[in-house]
Design a protein around this ligand. Structure first.
Ligand code: ATP
Ligand code: MG
Ligand code: MG
Ligand code: MG
Length: 565
C-alpha cells in the first residue's frame, strides 16, 4: 500500500472527549471517527485491524467445530415476547415499528433468532451437537456509551450458540469454546484471565468472562497467585458462603449426592430425603438459576421444579405479588438483594427455627447439608469479597494470596441450559423417539473491544505498539528523501519484494519531513519499520527498527528482506 494514496488521517492533539488511552490513540491514528454517541466509522486502518482479529476468531471457531452463518440485525418482537425478554430487557433494546405497525428491535444478541432457526430445522438427536456462529453488528442502547469501540452502542460481536442433547454434552461444547477463547486471546498476545462470572441478564447456569487486564477496565476481578482461582468480584461475593465455611474448616457435612447444578437438582435431592413435610429454604446461588425459595409448611416438591425456573433478572423485575402469582402461595422468594442481606435473612429464619437449608454450588463436592445457620451464616462471619485487598488468603487453595485487577471483558461464555429452548419450545426426538428439550450455550467476543483492549495493553508515549497478529500492516517501509530517485527506487523495490513474499507493507512514499514520517509511523504502531535514506543507501544499508523494543539494526539491503521474511 502506498501511504500517499491511502487514507490515514492522523491527529497530533489528544482529543478532548477521549478519556482512555485506546480511544485517544484510535482517534489520533486515524482508525475510527465518531458518527454519533457510541456509533463509529471504521476507517481503513481500524478496519484492517478488526478484520485481522476477525480472521483469528474465525480460524479458532472453525477449528473448534463451530459453523459460520449470518443472522439479521433487525429482529421481530414476537420472538422476544416468546422468550419473555421483550418485557425484561429494558432500554438497551432499541425498539421500533415498521410501516405496518409491527414491532421490531435491533438485535443486542441473537439467542431468540438462532433458537427459532434451530427449532424449525433440528428434529433428531442425530443432528447434534451443533454450534453456529456469526460475526455481526449488534446494537445496544447503552446508557453510557464511552471509551470509543470499548463501549459502543453499535458494535461488532462474534456470537456463537451451541445445541446439545443433554447437559453433559452441553458441558463439552462449553469446554471447546472455553479452550478456543484461550487460543484466540493468546494468539493476540494479550495478558488476560478467564474468570468466573455472574450470568447477568442472559441467565443460565455457569459462565466465564475473559478479561484483558488493564487499569482502565470497568470490571474488578480477583485472582489467586497460586491456584487457578479467578473471579469477577460480583461472582466472588456469591461464592463466599462456601469459601468462608471451607476456609475455617467448619464441620459441615458434605452431601453424598451427585453434583447439584440447578434448583431442579436440589429439588430432586430433597424429594429423595426422608422428611416429606420439609420446611426448607432452597438456595441455589451460583450454577443454578439464582433463586432462593422459602417453602413454608407442607409442600409438594415437584412444584419447585415446575415453578422456580425464574432467572435473577426476572425475579428482580417482578414484585412479590407477581412472584406469588407465578409460584402459588406456599412459595415466597427473597429478591436479588446482596448476598450479605440474604444471609442475614436466612440467619434470622434459622434462629426462629423456621427452616432447614440446602446450599447449592457449581462445583463438585462443594455442597453442604446440615448447615447450622446461626453458626455458619452469622452475618459477622461473612466476608464481603468486595472488601478484599491484595494479599488476602485465597478462598480456594490453602497457600495462595489474592491479587486484585481491573479488567476489560472481551469475551464471555455461558451455559444456558434450557432457558431459551424451553421458552421457545426447541425440542428433538431422542433415540427412543421421545421428545426432549435441547441444551444450549452461548459465547460472545467483542471484536472492536478486543482491538481497543489490545491497544490499552500495548502502547507507549509515542503511540500504538500493535501485536503483530492484529496489526493493520506488518511492516512499514519509509523512504526518507523522496527527491532522491535512488532512495525511492530502492524503497519501492524493497516494498515489492516484501509484498510478494506475503508481508503486508505500508510504503511511506509521502513527500513529508522525516520527523513527520517517524511520528506518524510510531503513532500508527506498525511492528516493523524499515528506513531507506540516502546516507545508508550509499553504504548499501537500511535501518530496521522493532516498534515494541525500539531495537535498531543496520542491515545490508539484501539481508533486510531476507531477515524479515
Ligand atoms: P458489559 O458487561 O461490558 O456491558 P456484557 O456482559 O453486557 O458486557 P455480553 O452480553 O457478555 O456483554 O456480550 C459479549 C461480548 O460483547 C462482551 O464480552 C464484550 O466483549 C462485547 N460487548 C458487550 N457490550 C459491548 C459494547 N457496548 N461495546 C462493545 N463491545 C461490547
Ligand atoms: Mg452490557
Ligand atoms: Mg458483563
Ligand atoms: Mg458479559
Amino acid at each position: 500500500m502506498f501511504y500517499s494514496r491511502y487514507f490515514i488521517p492522523t491527529v497530533k492533539e489528544i482529543p478532548s472527549d477521549a478519556e482512555v488511552i485506546s480511544h485517544q490513540l484510535m482517534l489520533r491514528s486515524g482508525m475510527i471517527r465518531k458518527l454519533a454517541a457510541g456509533i463509529y466509522n471504521y476507517l481503513p486502518m481500524g478496519l484492517r485491524s478488526i478484520r485481522k482479529f476477525e480472521a483469528i476468531v474465525r480460524e479458532e471457531m472453525n477449528r473448534a467445530g463451530a459453523i459460520e452463518m449470518l443472522m439479521p440485525s433487525v429482529q421481530p418482537a414476537e420472538l422476544w415476547q416468546e422468550s419473555g425478554r421483550w418485557q425484561f430487557y429494558g432500554k438497551e433494546l432499541l425498539r421500533f415499528k415498521d410501516r405496518k405497525d409491527n414491532d421490531f428491535c435491533m438485535g443486542p444478541t441473537h439467542e431468540e433468532v438462532i433458537t427459532d432457526m434451530v427449532r424449525r430445522e433440528i428434529k433428531s438427536y442425530r443432528q447434534m451437537p451443533l454450534n453456529f456462529y456469526q460475526i455481526q453488528t449488534k446494537f445496544r442502547d447503552e446508557i453510557r456509551p464511552r471509551f470509543g469501540l470499548m463501549r459502543g452502542r453499535e458494535f461488532i460481536m462474534k456470537d456463537a450458540y451451541s445445541f446439545d442433547v443433554d447437559s453433559s454434552a452441553a458441558d463439552s461444547s462449553y469446554e471447546k469454546m472455553y479452550q478456543a477463547y484461550h487460543r484466540i486471546f493468546e494468539r493476540c498476545g494479550l495478558n488476560f484471565r478467564a474468570v468466573e462470572a455472574d450470568t447477568g441478564s442472559i441467565g443460565g447456569s455457569s459462565s466465564h468472562e475473559f478479561m484483558v487486564l488493564a487499569d482502565s477496565g470497568e470490571d474488578a476481578i480477583v485472582s489467586c497467585n497460586t491456584c487457578r482461582y479467578a473471579a469477577n468480584v460480583e461472582k466472588a461475593e456469591a461464592r463466599n458462603v462456601q469459601s468462608a465455611a471451607k476456609a475455617e474448616q467448619l464441620p459441615l457435612q458434605k452431601t453424598a449426592t451427585p453434583e447439584m447444578k440447578t434448583i431442579t437438582d436440589v429439588a430432586n435431592f430433597l424429594r429423595m430425603s426422608a422428611d416429606k413435610t420439609i420446611k426448607t429454604l432452597v438456595y441455589s446461588s451460583s450454577a443454578g438459576e439464582h433463586v432462593m425459595a422459602l417453602l413454608r409448611g407442607d409442600h409438594d416438591l415437584n412444584e419447585i421444579k415446575l415453578k422456580n425456573h425464574l432467572s435473577w433478572d426476572e425475579i428482580e423485575m417482578a414484585t412479590e405479588t407477581d412472584i406469588q402469582k407465578i409460584t402459588g402461595s406456599p412459595v415466597g422468594f427473597l429478591g436479588p438483594v446482596g448476598l450479605k442481606q440474604k444471609v442475614t435473612v436466612i440467619a434470622d429464619l434459622a434462629v426462629q427455627g423456621m427452616i432447614n437449608v440446602v446450599i447449592g454450588a457449581n462445583e463438585k463436592d462443594m455442597h453442604f447439608t446440615n448447615a447450622n445457620l446461626e453458626r455458619d451464616f452469622a452475618p459477622d462471619r461473612f466476608v464481603d469479597i468486595r472488601n478484599v485487598v491484595t494479599g488476602d488468603a485465597c478462598p480456594r487453595c490453602d497457600s495462595g494470596k489474592l491479587e486484585m485487577w481491573r479488567g476489560i471483558e472481551v469475551g464471555h461464555v455461558f451455559k444456558l441450559g434450557t432457558k431459551y429452548s424451553k421458552a421457545l419450545n426447541a425440542t428433538y426426538l431422542d433415540a427412543d423417539g421421545k421428545e426432549q428439550v435441547i441444551f444450549m450455550g452461548c459465547y460472545g467476543i467483542g471484536i472492536g473491544r478486543t482491538v481497543a483492549a489490545a491497544i490499552e495493553q500495548n502502547h507507549d508515549e509515542n503511540g500504538i505498539i500493535f501485536p503483530l497478529p492484529i496489526a493493520p500492516f506488518h511492516c512499514a517501509v519509509v523512504a526518507l528523501n523522496t527527491k532522491d530517485s535512488g532512495v525511492m527506487a530502492a524503497a519501492e523495490d524493497m516494498y515489492k519484494k516484501l509484498e510478494s513474499s506475503g508481508i503486508e507493507v505500508l510504503f511511506d512514499d509521502r513527500d513529508e519531513r522525516p520527523g513527520v514520517k517517524f511520528k506518524d509511523n510510531d503513532l500508527i504502531g506498525i511492528p516493523l519499520r524499515i528506513v531507506v535514506g540516502s546516507k545508508g543507501l550509499a553504504e548499501g544499508k537500511v535501518e530496521v527498527k522493532i516498534r515494541a523494543t525500539g531495537e535498531v539494526q543496520l542491515l545490508p539491503i539484501e539481508d533486510a528482506v531476507e531477515h524479515i521474511c
